[in-house]
Design a protein around this ligand. Structure first.
Ligand SMILES: [Mg+2]
Length: 226
């Protein structure tokens, strides 16, 4: 029996998300005047998870994946008033800035909850719309010992809620009950439901979802309701 876990917003978070990563990269290059308000509208599209109906299975390396995003970052910096070579130079630095483990934090109850569920017989895997380097990030956050597998859309080529990314994981997990846990109604709960996997929504008060809890520590009791 397996639990599939979303990563970002479920087990860990990078406060400020992509916007903070772009601001930090700009700041590191001497452009501390760039603001979140200038950047934000230009990050509302262009990431692969914004168009989960469009697979990107043609992208086979992390370099290609980040290359796909480079124009998005460059466009955001140009819109913030940066010109000449600066936008493309800083855009190239976003990768390292985003992946800086010091900028990430796991939720307080994550390790404890994963260990407690393992004691109850659950095995764990991550199923995330994320960067190709997600396994390294999970290792940096010292959560990797809890997981039998880490599946990231960045290498699989499909984004939740596309059924193919769930099927990719299911094909590899073997028989037995599977549950999904995540913080997104559309990607995690609805996506899982479409392939027959019950899901628990976490870090949410959305009352439209049958199984949900605000804290990770509440997941074991919520799973017993399914
Ligand atoms: Mg999430």
């Amino acid at each position: 029996m397996f639990l599939l876990w979303d990563f970002d917003g479920t087990l860990a978070t990078r406060p400020g998300g992509w916007i903070d990563a772009l601001l930090s990269a700009a700041h590191d290059h001497g452009f501390g005047s760039v603001t979140a308000a200038e950047i934000r509208p230009h990050l509302a599209s262009g990431f692969p998870w914004h168009t989960p109906g469009d697979p990107h299975t043609d992208i086979s390396t992390a370099e290609e994946w980040w290359g796909m995003l480079r124009p998005v970052f460059t466009g955001a910096y140009r819109a913030a008033g940066l010109d000449d070579e600066a936008p493309s130079e800083i855009a190239a630095a976003v990768r390292d800035t985003y992946l800086d483990p010091d900028a990430w934090e796991s939720y307080d109850e994550a390790a404890e909850t994963l260990a407690g569920l393992a004691d109850r017989g659950w095995e764990h895997a991550i199923l995330s719309n994320h960067v190709p380097e997600l396994p390294g990030l999970v290792r940096d956050l010292r959560l990797d010992d809890h997981f039998e597998a880490i599946y990231t859309s960045g290498t699989i080529g499909y984004e939740k809620p596309h059924p193919a990314i769930f099927e990719h994981a299911l094909d590899r997990l073997g028989d037995g009950p599977v549950r999904m846990i995540g913080d997104s109604v559309s990607a995690d709960v609805e996506g899982a439901r479409r392939v027959g996997i019950p899901a628990v929504l976490v870090h949410s008060e959305d009352e439209s979802v049958q199984y949900r809890c605000e804290r990770l520590a509440e997941i074991p009791s919520e799973l017993q309701r399914i």
